[in-house]
Structures are given as structure tokens and as C-alpha cells.
Write a protein that binds this ligand. Structure first.
Ligand code: DHB
Ligand code: FE
Length: 285
């Protein structure tokens, strides 16, 4: 049986990818940020899963505004890093897991969540920056990755509650896959940031820290946060945080709702470009 044993939560600021690719990680601006991910890279080396189910958002890169799936699961064998205007990042091609992805698609759709099936997709900074933060600069990523894209760019976007429930359905799907696989689920994007308009540059440390507290200890309450609260408190791009609820939902044991998670690592840093960077590693108990 496959099982989800741990979850990782992290922001995906594109400038972090550029800092890694251009060898700037020890510069004074970036050093404190990358120091916060050193324990995470160590943990990844010691706890490398077979598969990462990576919840991320595409930034009008693979999906233009011509076609906007709410939830899209990658069933391909491989995914090429996207060209977002400056050439593709110099990072490895992402190797998928078509068999597990197809099984999850089957199970989750039968649990009444409508997914778009994606057989070809280039992956942007939303997916590659979290991998770089957790894995450094390897010649090949250390495991397979199933990309799971969520629309948080063009309204209407899914509610936190729907994302949380979807996470629980993903857990069930993984647990009904026959092969013995160790799966991690990642929730990415956030934390507070607003990239345009009069409030550009908005950071709300109190909201971010409270969100992490609730996500850990009371995820059902975090799931009830309405869109307007994210946008008002965490900025227009703060809405990316609903993706964290998918990963947290997948850490909930339906048969034992009281069971908790173990906080392996927690980190928060401002600034990184225009964004507050939040990061958690939660292990199953
Ligand atoms: C920034 C953050 C994002 O999440 C993003 O997708 C693009 C830019 C930023 O802070 O610069
Ligand atoms: Fe983003």
C-alpha cells in the first residue's frame, strides 16, 4: 500500500530560483533565507520519498487565460522546466509517476472532485522553486513528482474548504494504490504578498504566523477562512495559501480525526522579493 508520511509547505518566489541559479545564495540579502532551508535539505536527504505529490499553481505559463482548469493532475512521464521569459531555469527535467497519478485521478474523480487530466505540461517557478529550495542543485531530482496545479490566478478560485476536503480525498486515493510507495505531499505558494496596485508590497506577519499555527493545530478552522480574508489580510497573491490546505488535508487521518502532526521544521522570513516566505515540514504521527 502507498502512504503519505509527510508534508512540506513553502513559498515559491521566483527571485529565489534566480538567486540559486545565479550563485547568489550567500549574498547578505539572501543568506538568512537559505539558512532557514538548510535543515530542510538535510531532512530531504535523510527522508527522500518515492514520490512527491506537489500542489502548486501555474502562473499563466502552461495554461494561458484561454483555458483555466481549477484542479489539474499531471499524468505525464516527464515535465520540462518552462520558459517564463528569461529562458528555462537550468534545473533537471521533472520525472512523473503516470501509474500513481492515473490511480489518484480515478479515485479522486470517483470521490466527486472534477480534475483536469494533463498529459503534457511545462512547469514554472511555482513547481521548480520549491524543489530547488528543498533539494539544492542536483543533476537529477531525487524522486518522482506528480504535479497538481490549482487555479489561484483567475477568479473564481476554489475555497479553502474545498481544497482541504480535496486533500483528504487525495490521502484516500494514495492509500488505495497497491504498490508500497512512500509519498510526500507539498503545499506551495504564499505567504502574504501583493504584487500590484496601491497595496503592492503588503506583508502581514501576524496573519502569516497565525495561519501557520492554525494549519498545524486546527486545520479545520484554517479551512473555513473565506477568500476575502486572504485578500484583505494577506494581499491579492496571499490567496495562494489555499494550496497549503490541500497538503494539510492529506495529512488528516479520516479514521482518527484527533490525530495530530509532528512539526519537524518551521521557518519564516521577510523579505524575499515582494513576499513573506513561510515554510513548514509536518510529519505524520
Ligand atoms: C513574486 C511572488 C510570487 O508568488 C510570484 O508568483 C511572482 C513573484 C514576488 O514576490 O516577486
Ligand atoms: Fe506565485
Amino acid at each position: 500500500m502507498a502512504r503519505i508520511t509527510a508534508s512540506v509547505f513553502t513559498s515559491h518566489v521566483p527571485a529565489i530560483g534566480a538567486a540559486i541559479d545565479l550563485g547568489k545564495t550567500t549574498e547578505p540579502y539572501w543568506q538568512p533565507l537559505f539558512a532557514g532551508y538548510e535543515p530542510s535539505k538535510q531532512w530531504m536527504r535523510e527522508n527522500t520519498p518515492d514520490v512527491i505529490f506537489l500542489v502548486f499553481n501555474d502562473h499563466a505559463t502552461a495554461f494561458s487565460l484561454d483555458m483555466i482548469p481549477t484542479f489539474a493532475i499531471g499524468t505525464a512521464a516527464a515535465y520540462t522546466p518552462a520558459d517564463e521569459g528569461w529562458g528555462p531555469r537550468p534545473v533537471p527535467v521533472v520525472q512523473g509517476h503516470p501509474e500513481l497519478a492515473a490511480h489518484i485521478a480515478q479515485s479522486v474523480i470517483q470521490q466527486d472532485f472534477d480534475l483536469t487530466i494533463v498529459n503534457k505540461m511545462d512547469v514554472d517557478h511555482g513547481l521548480t522553486v520549491p524543489l530547488s529550495l528543498m533539494c539544492g542543485q542536483p543533476l537529477a531530482w531525487p524522486c518522482r513528482v506528480i504535479p497538481f496545479a490549482v487555479n489561484v490566478v483567475q477568479y473564481p478560485v476554489p475555497s479553502g474548504q474545498r481544497c482541504f476536503n480535496l486533500g483528504r480525498a487525495i490521502r484516500h486515493a494514495v492509500q488505495t494504490f497497491d504498490e508500497d510507495l512512500n509519498v510526500h505531499i507539498w503545499g506551495t505558494g504564499g505567504m502574504s504578498h501583493q504584487l500590484q496596485g496601491p497595496r503592492a508590497g503588503l506583508i502581514n506577519k501576524a496573519f502569516d504566523q497565525n495561519f501557520m499555527d492554525e494549519l498545524i493545530a486546527n486545520p479545520a478552522a484554517a479551512a473555513r477562512i473565506p477568500h476575502i480574508d486572504y485578500v484583505r489580510e494577506a494581499g491579492s497573491e496571499g490567496i495562494e495559501l489555499v494550496m497549503w490546505l490541500i497538503a494539510r488535508g492529506a495529512m488528516c487521518d479520516v479514521a482518527n480525526p484527533a490525530h495530530g502532526v509532528h512539526v519537524r521544521h518551521r521557518f519564516y522570513h521577510v523579505p524575499a522579493s515582494n513576499t513573506a516566505v513561510g515554510h513548514l515540514i509536518l510529519e505524520g504521527q
